[in-house]
Design a protein. Sequence first.
Length: 185
Amino acid sequence: MFRHSPIFWVALFSSLATGIYGFITKQEVLAIPYTFINPSLLFLITSLKKFESVKRRLEILAALVIFLNIPGSVYLHRIGFQYDIILHFFVSFAAFQTAYLILPLLLKKPYVPRTTAALITIAGGFIFEGVQKLSDTLFSTALFFDIAQSTQLDFIIDILVNILGVLVGAIFLKFTSAQSSSQAI
């Protein structure tokens, strides 16, 4: 059950270290997700028997997302650098790849069209950004961590960059699938 790749363990310990840093610096917004939520999701998604055939790829994608989130969460979001754009692009790219990998397993189908995975990923991005904007508006929070732009502009840019990441992910998948198909022949 706990047979995981080295990248998994590095991502897990990086997340935990970031969470501990959050506790030490009294930043609950770092402490809670990086100490509890990220590790739980890492173990859950990579330990389910249903996903065994794609476990290695899921571990790599999860590690990519964690490694990209840490610098922004710890420092880059607070200095006005538009790290959020880079982050949204790569996270939506990875989320699309993840959806494309696990949807056939969840739906018990041999194949799920890229458009289905893309639409689900884009919808997830809209929901995430909508909740974030709603929280920022109703409770005067700053979940977007971007001192350089308004919540409205942040919402629009994040959605557009999410869509771009999904589209690039679909193109990447199309070309890498074509290459692996031609190599198999």
